[in-house]
Design a protein around this ligand. Structure first.
Ligand code: ADP
Ligand code: MG
Ligand code: MG
Length: 213
C-alpha cells in the first residue's frame, strides 16, 4: 500500500521534472526581468535532484515519508536558490505528514499538502500580495481543501485548485515585487508575472493533467 504510494510519488516527481525542464527558458526569462535569471535552472536542477533521490529511495524500499523527506533535501541542495529551499522544505513537510507503512487515503494526502504549504509560509515569511510563489500557493491550498471538504474527489479538487493557482499567478503581473528584490527592481517587475508563482501553477497543473492522482 505505502509502497504503491511511494511509487506514485516518484512518478509525480518525474512529471514535475519534465515540466520544469520544458519551462526552463521561459522561467529564466521571467526571472531575468526583475530577478537574477536563474529560476528556470533552479527548478530544473531542483526537480531533477528530487526525482533522482526519490527513485534511489524507492529502489531501497523506502516508504512515502522517508522518500519525500529525502527528495526535499535533494531539491534544496540541487537547486541552490530561495525557491529551491522553499520547495525542498515543502516536500519534506509533505513527507513528514505521511507514514512509511500506513496506507494514505485522499484525506491524508490533502492534509499532507496543506502541511507542505504551511512550511513555505513559515520558512519564507511572505504574505499574499508580496509577489511570490505564495500568491499561487495560497489559492491552491485553499481551493483544494474547500473542494475536497465539500465532497469532490481529489483529482477534481486538484484540477480546480491548479486553475485557481494559474489565475492567481497571472494576476501577479500587476503587483510590484516586495520580497527578495530591491524596490527599483520591484517596479521593473510590473507587467511580468512572478517566476515562482508561475512555476508553482505550472507544476500543480501538470500533476492535475498527469492522471496520477
Ligand atoms: P533566487 O531568488 O534565490 O534566485 P529563484 O530564482 O529560484 O531563487 O526563485 C525566485 C522565486 O522565489 C520568486 O519568483 C518568488 O516566487 C520566490 N520567493 C522569493 N522569496 C520568497 C519568500 N520569502 N517566500 C516565498 N517565495 C519566495
Ligand atoms: Mg532567481
Ligand atoms: Mg539566484
Amino acid at each position: 500500500q505505502s509502497r504503491e504510494l511511494a511509487q506514485t510519488i516518484t512518478d509525480v516527481l518525474a512529471v514535475l521534472r519534465e515540466t520544469a525542464v520544458a519551462a526552463e527558458p521561459e522561467l529564466g526569462r521571467l526571472d531575468a526581468i526583475a530577478g537574477d535569471g536563474d529560476h528556470g535552472q533552479g527548478m530544473s536542477y531542483g526537480t531533477t535532484g528530487a526525482w533522482r533521490a526519490a527513485a534511489a529511495a524507492l529502489a531501497r524500499g523506502a516508504g512515502a515519508r522517508t522518500l519525500l523527506v529525502r527528495a526535499g533535501e535533494a531539491w534544496s541542495e540541487a537547486a541552490g536558490g530561495t525557491s529551491g529551499a522553499l520547495w525542498g522544505g515543502a516536500l519534506s513537510a509533505v513527507g513528514a505528514a505521511l507514514s512509511d507503512d500506513a496506507p494514505a487515503g485522499s484525506a491524508d494526502i490533502v492534509r499532507a499538502v496543506e502541511h507542505g504549504g504551511q512550511a513555505i509560509l513559515r520558512l519564507g515569511g511572505a504574505e499574499p500580495g508580496d509577489k511570490t510563489m505564495v500568491d499561487a500557493l495560497v489559492p491552491f491550498t485553499t481551493v483544494l481543501s474547500e473542494r475536497f471538504a465539500s465532497g469532490e474527489p481529489l483529482p477534481r479538487a486538484w484540477t480546480r485548485a491548479a486553475e485557481a493557482a494559474s489565475h492567481a499567478a497571472r494576476a501577479t503581473a500587476e503587483i510590484p515585487a516586495r520580497r527578495g528584490r530591491s524596490r527599483v527592481l520591484g517596479q521593473k517587475s510590473v507587467g511580468t508575472p512572478d517566476p515562482g508563482a508561475t512555476s508553482f501553477a505550472l507544476l500543480m497543473s501538470a500533476v492535475a493533467e498527469s492522471g496520477l492522482l
